[in-house]
Design a binder for this molecule. Structure first.
Ligand code: HEM
Length: 136
């Protein structure tokens, strides 16, 4: 049954269901499990703190969310963002409804846009300053 996102238990459910999907997805799971070698025991509670900050106005998340993605810049493409957003929307729409559910999707999309923009900028800059460029 669908419900509103109201408390930390709802966020835990959202995060757990979403990353179950990520782990079953060939494209996304490689980035986490092969390249980043994600420690799920610490990543999931971190993502609960992250989303709870956005959706419940708590302030326990400490981190620099972009850095984790910058480290994987060679492995994360626009395809990955499309799939990530699609799975996130699917998780929300299968389980939740209401204002916070809509806000979660909106924030994921806008953060995704910013990450992609910054990753593009990083890659372009790297190309422009890569000392090996003239050897190619
Ligand atoms: C589109 C919206 C996205 C949001 C809102 C988001 C959010 C986050 C946040 C908050 C973290 C934790 C950063 C930290 O404090 O360490 C994280 C880590 C990470 N994300 Fe994303 N992310 C998004 C898209 C993606 C995509 C498309 C990928 C590609 C597979 C991805 C892969 C990762 C990886 C590999 C980590 C590091 C996990 C680790 O610590 O091992 N993310 N993300």
């Amino acid at each position: 049954m669908k419900k509103e996102i109201e408390d930390i238990g709802d966020i835990e459910r959202l995060v757990s269901l979403f990353y179950d999907k990520v782990n079953q997805d060939d494209l996304l799971s490689v980035v986490f499990n092969v390249h980043a070698k994600t420690d799920w025991e610490s990543h999931l509670p971190k993502m609960v703190r992250f989303w709870s900050g956005i959706l419940l106005d708590t302030s326990d998340y400490r981190g620099r969310p972009f850095e984790a993605h910058a480290k994987q810049s060679e492995h994360i493409t626009p395809e990955h963002f499309k799939r990530w957003i699609a799975l996130f929307k699917e998780t929300i729409s299968e389980n939740f409804e209401g204002e916070k559910a809509a806000l979660a999707i909106q924030r994921a999309e806008s953060i995704g846009d910013i990450f992609q923009y910054k990753l593009d900028f990083m890659r372009l800059n790297k190309e422009a300053t890569d000392p090996n460029l003239d050897k190619l």
